[in-house]
Write a protein that binds this ligand. Structure first.
Ligand code: COA
Length: 260
């Protein structure tokens, strides 16, 4: 499938989706949001894809937000639809059964930060800036940012970031647990590969179980989360990969997982 505002490439099980509107700092207009939705659905159903990476084109921005020129033109009904569509894209990413890594190569603002927060893992270049600047435009986050930031950092940080609109550095984001790694810009691709590599080889059922138990468990009472963990653990134990992984450990050799 070809896209106007995305570049997609699969190499060695890693599917990289690059948002490609460099002249607008990769801002998410409606078309780009729709293309992202389609590209992610396609990747999720492709057995060759084991890990999805989302990044932005150029060295300045991951995504500088939703497209402000389009936001300006919306009436209340259109704004509600726009927010609901953006939220459903982010929720779809978060609930995928394949790991999604955000490679944050610069500004991740507004919808860009919301996109990064919906991913399972985040690697930032040291020049990245993350923020929710919507308040400066007289609006508020609408693609899940208030809710995901709140859940990741608690109210203190979420309120300050959303109310001030001021972006934070990659280093500060790391201190707050908002990103998993910070690396020099030139090292970003390698750092993402380092994280993705083992996931490409991991048992898919184990990856699915971990993603579901942790993502859904975060919003569940402990007992329900534990029950979900037990159910997923039992499914893992019915796989050939479990037989092979445990046998390889006992025989002191590298496992040859088949993804079954
Ligand atoms: N929507 C639409 N266009 C955007 C955009 C957005 N979210 N972010 C940047 N652009 C466009 C600019 O309008 C400009 O277009 P132009 O060359 O046709 O005038 C181009 O991208 C380059 O941006 P510019 O502002 O000139 O770059 P800068 O280096 O001076 O500043 C930012 C970079 C990220 C600080 C600044 O672009 C910015 O604040 N963007 C908006 C961030 C935001 O509020 N996001 C939330 C949106 S809800």
């Amino acid at each position: 499938m070809s896209y106007e505002n995305l570049a997609v490439v699969t190499r060695g099980g890693i599917h990289t989706i690059t948002v490609k509107r460099p002249s607008k700092l990769n801002a998410l207009n409606r078309q780009t949001l729709q293309e992202l939705y389609g590209a992610i659905i396609d990747a999720s159903g492709d057995d060759k894809v084991r890990v999805i990476v989302i990044t932005g084109s150029g060295d300045k921005a991951f995504v500088a937000g939703a497209d402000i020129t389009e936001i300006r033109e919306q009436n209340t009904t259109e704004a509600r639809r726009f927010s609901a569509f953006g939220q459903s894209l982010m929720s779809m990413i978060q609930s995928l059964e394949k790991p999604v890594i955000a490679a944050i190569n610069g500004f991740a603002l507004g919808g860009g930060m919301e996109l990064a927060l919906a991913c399972h893992l985040r690697v930032a270049s040291s020049n990245a800036r993350l923020g929710l600047p919507e308040i400066k435009l007289g609006i508020m986050p609408g693609f899940g940012g208030t809710q995901r930031l709140l859940r990741l950092t608690g109210t203190t940080v979420a309120l300050e970031m959303a109310l001030s609109g001021e972006p934070i550095s990659a280093e500060r984001a790391y201190q707050l647990g908002l990103v998993n790694r910070v690396v020099e810009a030139a090292e970003l691709e390698n750092a993402v590969k380092e994280l993705a590599g083992p996931l490409v080889k991991a048992a898919p059922e184990a990856v699915r179980g971990i993603l579901q138990a942790i993502q859904q468990g975060a919003d569940m009472p402990l007992e329900a989360g534990l029950a979900l963990e037990t159910a997923r653990f039992a499914v893992c134990c019915s796989t050939e990969d479990m037989q092979e992984g445990t046998a390889a450990f006992l025989e002191k050799r590298a496992p040859e997982l088949k993804g079954r």
